[in-house]
Write a protein that binds this ligand. Structure first.
Ligand code: MN
Length: 232
């Protein structure tokens, strides 16, 4: 490999249950408004129009257990608890069967959001990047291989702040299911190993402040935790 002009950070690797090697984080795709009750709380009609996406930088992601400062530029920093899907083989214009086959693993994730900036930019019809793609703004728990876990409707997804429940739903509430998302997204991208899809958050998003501890879980998957300290 050719020399680099300056050192680049190592790629984040997510632990995988039962594996010694980690899953290297490539692209992070996020689905918007994929639970009806969350769409409603954000002031949107629930519909079955095609899903939409935004992306978050891999270099801004951290692992569960992290302690990070309250981010700059916001006075309304929100938690979003999500099911993450890790792609394990190349897939393009997938059928449903190919979509399921492309899933390597699942995990808990946080899509942390500067809500005031997201809404301000949204209202001006500008991109969401300031609101969504912030440093330390995506959190991953260890992954569980798809052979060992399935996103059944009965699985509960929940999040608490300082041990008080804020989000509590089931995967049954997903508007677009895992295979449908992969079928649709793979019509626009050659999905490949390293790609992660955050599948949207249920209702109950809300603000966190310095000193808070966020804990999230999905039945049968490794839980996650994030602690916020004072702003820098
Ligand atoms: Mn989200």
């Amino acid at each position: 490999m050719t020399d680099r002009l300056f050192p680049i950070p190592d790629i984040l690797g997510i632990p995988v249950q039962g594996e010694t090697a980690r899953y290297p984080v490539g692209r992070i795709f996020c689905v918007g408004r994929n639970y009806a009750a969350h769409a409603a709380e954000m002031g949107h009609e629930v519909d079955r129009e095609a899903p939409f996406y935004f992306t978050k930088s891999a270099s801004n992601a951290v692992l569960t257990g992290a302690t990070v400062p309250y981010p700059p530029g916001t006075e309304n920093f929100h938690h979003e608890m999500e099911l993450a899907v890790a792609i394990g083989r190349p897939v393009f214009k997938a059928t449903s069967a190919q979509a399921w086959d492309a899933v390597y693993a699942y995990g808990c994730a946080l899509d942390m959001t500067r809500r005031d900036l997201q809404i301000r930019e949204r209202n001006k019809q500008r991109p969401w990047d300031l609101g969504k793609d912030l440093e330390n703004g995506t959190v991953f728990a260890p992954l569980t291989r798809a052979a060992e876990w399935a996103p059944d409707d009965s699985k509960r997804i929940h999040l608490s702040v300082n041990s008080e429940f804020r989000q509590d739903a089931s995967l049954q509430e997903l508007i677009w299911k895992i295979d449908e998302i992969i079928c649709h997204l793979s019509g626009y991208y050659h999905l490949r190993p390293g790609d992660l899809i955050l599948t949207g958050t249920p209702a109950g998003v809300g603000p966190v402040v310095a000193g808070d501890t966020i804990e999230g879980g999905i039945d049968g998957l490794a839980p996650l935790r994030l602690t916020l300290t004072e702003a820098e």
